[in-house]
Design a protein around this ligand. Sequence first.
Ligand code: ACO
Length: 326
Amino acid sequence: MSFSILGTGKAVPDYILTNDELSTMVETNDEWIKTRTGIEERRVCRNETLTELTVRAAKNALEDAGVAPSQLDLIICSTMRGENITPSPACMIQKEIGADCPAFDVNAACSGFIYALDVADGYFVRKKVRYVLIVSMDNLSNIIDWKDRSTCVLFGDGGAAAVLGEGEDLLSVNLTASGNDEVLRIPHGTNSSPFYEHEEEKAVLHMAGSEVYKFAVNAMSSGIKKAVADAGLTEADVDHVIPHQANIRIINASAKNLGIDRSRFFCNVSHYGNTSSGSVPLALDEANRSGVLKKGDIIAMCAFGAGLTTGSCVIRWSKDSSVQAE
Ligand code: ACO
């Protein structure tokens, strides 16, 4: 016995940062960003905190699932950085929604949601849980170098949550990590020890874009291929691919490599940019609520990120539509 996804819910900040506004901050332009990345706008936190967004996403997912906070047996939050080093964002979600269950974080950068699904699967297999809440959220705007045009145009804030219940819908899941801090890294940037002798690096995202690009296309293509084969299926059986929303060119190249029609890839990168671990569940929630997902559909999900990590999985969608009747 593993799990089924019972409900999803998203939360994004209100503020929309357009390519045109970014062009007033760094030397860039709408045309470059759109053609090189597919991104038109992204959301950025002004008043919202990470905790507020995670709680909003959690409540939306619980409502969609028809599950009460008191029924939860486990909360997993995938994020790179909460407001506090401790307590964890997962514990803050628990407090704010009024749940009474274990809560902890998973940090696998952009692959966090799929890592969290795999962790949750273990709890279901061991029959330790009936309902699990996963919240995947990052606010990279506070660790971006806003003077670096090669990175600041790519990212946005936001994420989503999913409520899992007992079921048989996880058909395969595959995680990888390759211990690389050279092409993608965000240092902590704080150390209060008077004894520490290393020089602190600035706490902003450092990325070798073209190296990550090559890794990403390969990770997405091989990750989906393996997840589909492990599920005993072929690419022709896949109704939807929910890919990490980092760059539309990465998605297009992966679709071509896999021979899966591009129309089967759900994309919302144009509105949100790369929201890190929030990216895959944010797309999943929008696919769920827009009526794209039909009961019985086969969905492949794939993400890649700092670490370098990857996560891919295949699930069956057995939920009734979340689209509200008019
Ligand atoms: N506006 C205008 N010009 C720019 C910008 C910008 N915002 N950024 C870079 N340029 C310039 C460069 O300076 C370069 O100019 P030059 O030729 O005179 O040197 C030119 O545009 C081309 O730069 P490239 O880096 O070759 O552009 P490329 O087509 O490779 O696109 C990009 C760069 C978008 C970063 C791409 O490499 C990419 O998407 N990489 C993957 C990023 C990614 O997926 N990251 C995931 C991180 S996940 C996580 O865990 C946080």
